[in-house]
Design a protein around this ligand. Structure first.
Ligand code: 0X9
Ligand code: ZN
Length: 311
């Protein structure tokens, strides 16, 4: 089944069916792996895209979407990236020459399903908490690097930034952790797609001190923001999330840098659309994903330039 990314938002089943169809259509270049299941036993799938030259263990660019259920433009963006790399291979060959791309369009499978069936603005997982009134934990506060700071996460199950009882007590966090660790020896860029905010948010979230490689990460963010502003007038802010947005603790990006050995780790807050910003209409998709691709592509080029071709 082909998916027209610009024409609709898709359910988890539709996205998974599409992912599963890719290895048949691109047998040498696309590989789908089931990395685990959500709390409600939905599959969490990972697509690896290569150029098919058979070289193994290339450095990796790892991209995820839908850590937060309601941020629907993030799976659209992940799918758009997939199509650029597979269907528009000619124009994008340089991005796959020495790198493999690993893409997880939907991390929070249960929450995403819930936003289609019950509650459009759901953010968290769907696992019950100690409070019978409140369901769900924020995957982006549940990761086990500097987990549990009260500044940047909440111990209260009813809050949208509830961190869980323990790090990684959400199956979806475990699956994404395993994906990150599986690639950690060759992880050059971890990009977590979120919405909204037109910003590129760098670690750390848990402290307002800056990581050693902050300048290198800023150079990559700068390449993305400049490419976007030149191509489309889109304005991006970029820097430590502590200064650009707010502190966070236990998020995936801090884990990717702190534990999973990513050279560059960042959150990309895609542009807003719709009533609350999380709910762009279908007619907004094209503008957002084409603009954002300019930025993602430019950042990939910069990562490849800076971090080279050897794992
Ligand atoms: O708060 C979050 O989890 C992210 N923003 S969102 O509006 N999509 O919920 C921002 C996370 C940024 N974290 C780091 N850069 N460490
Ligand atoms: Zn988010």
């Amino acid at each position: 089944p082909h998916i027209d990314v610009l024409a609709a938002f898709y359910t988890l089943a539709e996205i998974n069916e599409y992912l599963d169809s890719l290895p048949e259509r691109y047998p040498r270049r696309a590989q789908v792996k089931l990395f685990g299941w959500s709390y409600e036993r939905r599959p969490i799938k990972v697509l690896t895209i290569s150029n098919g030259d058979g070289r193994r263990n290339k450095p990796v660019i790892l991209i995820d979407g839908t850590v937060h259920a309601r941020e629907w433009i993030s799976p659209s963006m992940a799918l758009y990236i997939i199509q650029q790399l597979l269907e528009h291979f000619e124009e994008n060959q340089e991005l796959l020459q020495d790198y493999d791309w690993v893409i997880v369009p939907v991390v929070n499978a249960d929450g995403y399903e819930h936003t289609h069936s019950e509650a459009r603005y759901w953010r968290k997982t769907r696992k019950p908490t100690s409070d019978p009134e409140c369901v769900g934990t924020d995957i982006n506060r549940n990761f086990g690097y500097e987990w549990g700071h009260d500044e940047g996460s909440s111990s209260l199950p009813c809050e949208d930034i509830y961190r869980g009882e323990r790090p990684f007590d959400q199956p979806e966090s475990q699956v994404l952790r395993d994906i990150l660790l599986h690639h950690s020896e060759r992880l050059r860029w971890y990009l977590s797609l979120h919405s909204f905010g037109n910003s590129l948010l760098l670690p750390w979230g848990y402290t307002n001190t800056l990581p050693n490689n902050y300048d290198d990460m800023m150079a990559v963010a700068d390449a993305g923001a400049m490419a976007i502003v030149h191509a489309t007038n889109g304005i991006y802010s970029y820097g430590s999330t502590n200064y650009v947005l707010y502190p966070t603790s236990g998020d995936t990006v801090d884990y990717a840098l702190g534990v999973a050995n990513a050279s560059v780790a960042m959150t990309m807050e895609l542009p807003a659309g719709g009533f609350l910003g999380f709910d762009p209409w279908v007619s907004h998709i094209e503008g957002i994903v084409t603009e954002s691709w300019v930025g993602v592509r430019a950042m990939a080029v910069e990562v490849i330039r800076r971090y080279g071709s050897h794992s």
